[in-house]
Design a protein around this ligand. Structure first.
Ligand SMILES: Cc1cc2nc3c(=O)[nH]c(=O)nc-3n(C[C@H](O)[C@H](O)[C@H](O)COP(=O)(O)OP(=O)(O)OC[C@H]3O[C@@H](n4cnc5c(N)ncnc54)[C@H](O)[C@@H]3O)c2cc1C
Length: 361
């Protein structure tokens, strides 16, 4: 949210500190990477993003953080992000307690309990249909969610808002979480669709293992939404492996007519190809990994002159491929960062995914 919108919900947190100036500098350094930073009259620092606004004020014996947002999800996210960073950089043993909107014990605005209602197999994907209440906020401000995946046979109890603004889990530790894309969302029906890949290493992998055993009636937690905004452009060049394919499907389904898209899509083989409808003029290049074809090899054959002017380049794929395409986009294509959205969706050999955006080379 920009500063000229009028946020309405508010909460404040006083963080006791012997050195509030250093604590504030570290917060600004980290949180400010994803926000606009402004020093205002009196020396306060404002951090603003699409979530809302926080004002950081040096006070006697500590730092005062005042958060504002136009919606409960934005406020809850700011409270959680600030608390996470304060606990990382602040003095050991401090107890945090937000005062104001989104009080402790209330439901977390960015959390939904979802029930599996249908399971289909599409190539190496399981397509899960999940139903839940009040999904309107999940249709705006991001394509992705975090699924909280209970272990097999466990009756999971779900979190509420903690004193410190972070999720409070009644049974202690949360279940493992993995990031997925809402391939489709139907707010009126209270329904989302997620394509979860059954990848090669999936037997000890909470995401893929859940997808494999999922049956109607199973319950999963969902937090979000987040990430995946696509800047306005006439031309898009998209790169995706299977993990980015659901995002490509959603972007194409929602893109207005008149846009031109070239999508380079790497899948294991013919069976993983999908029909991707949409109003844009789209041209698909399917690469089969089994035959040795790779996203980064195709990118390496694209020169700066092959790209339409002002093209936006988007990608969701494995870490190494993303790094190679990112380097090419900067060094050879000469694209400015605001026309690049290349993310690492997973990292070979690393559980829990990987989510590095364009600023990380
Ligand atoms: C923004 C975003 C959106 C995403 N959307 C989707 C989506 O819609 N659908 C989807 O299926 N995935 C998606 N992913 C990727 C997904 O989060 C990761 O693949 C995640 O690691 C899967 O969790 P897991 O529990 O199955 O495996 P993990 O426990 O995380 O990993 C276990 C092992 O499997 C390997 N592994 C993980 N993913 C793959 C893979 N794709 N191929 C081969 N090996 C793998 C890991 O390197 C590790 O060695 C998305 C990721 C991000 C960041």
């Amino acid at each position: 949210m920009s500063t000229h919108m009028s946020p309405r919900l508010a909460a404040t947190l006083f963080v006791p500190s012997r050195d509030p100036a250093t604590l504030r500098a570290r917060l600004v350094d980290h949180v400010g990477r994803h926000a606009r930073v402004e020093t205002v009259e009196g020396g306060d620092i404002l951090l603003s993003s699409e979530l809302g606004l926080s004002r950081l004020t040096l006070d006697v014996g500590g730092l005062l953080i005042a958060a504002e947002s136009r919606d409960p999800t934005g406020l809850a996210y700011i409270k959680m992000i600030m608390a996470d960073h304060v606990l990382e950089f602040g003095e050991a043993g401090i107890a945090l307690r937000w005062i104001g909107g989104g009080a402790a014990g209330l439901p977390l605005p960015f959390f939904r309990k979802m029930t599996v209602t249908a399971v289909a197999t599409i190539g190496r994907f399981r397509r899960l249909t999940l139903k839940g209440d009040d999904l309107g906020r999940f249709a705006e401000g991001g394509l992705h969610v975090r699924l909280l995946l209970p272990a097999e046979g466990v009756r999971q109890r779900w979190p509420v808002t903690g004193d410190d603004g972070r999720p409070w889990w009644p049974d202690g530790n949360p279940p493992p979480a993995r990031v997925y894309t809402l391939r489709r969302i139907d707010v009126a029906a209270g329904e989302v669709e997620i394509d979860m890949l059954l990848h090669a290493d999936h037997h000890d992998a909470p995401g893929a293992a859940f997808a494999e055993r999922a049956r109607p009636g199973d319950v999963v937690g969902m937090t979000g939404p987040g990430g995946g905004d696509l800047p306005e452009a006439a031309d898009y060049l998209l790169f995706a492996d299977e993990t980015g394919l659901p995002a490509v499907a959603r972007m194409l389904a929602e893109m207005p007519a008149g846009r031109r898209v070239r999508a380079i899509l790497e899948v294991e083989d013919q069976k993983d190809r999908q029909v991707l409808p949409g109003a844009a003029k789209a041209d698909f290049v399917w690469l089969h990994r089994r035959d040795g074809a790779r996203l980064e090899t195709v990118a390496a054959a694209i020169g700066a002159d092959d790209l339409p002017p002002d093209v936006v380049v988007w990608g969701g794929m494995e870490h190494t491929a993303r790094r190679a395409i990112y380097r090419r986009a900067i060094d050879i294509w000469g694209l400015p960062r605001d026309r690049l959205r290349l993310a690492s969706y997973w990292r070979r050999g690393q559980a829990g995914g990987d989510h590095h955006h364009d600023d990380a080379a």
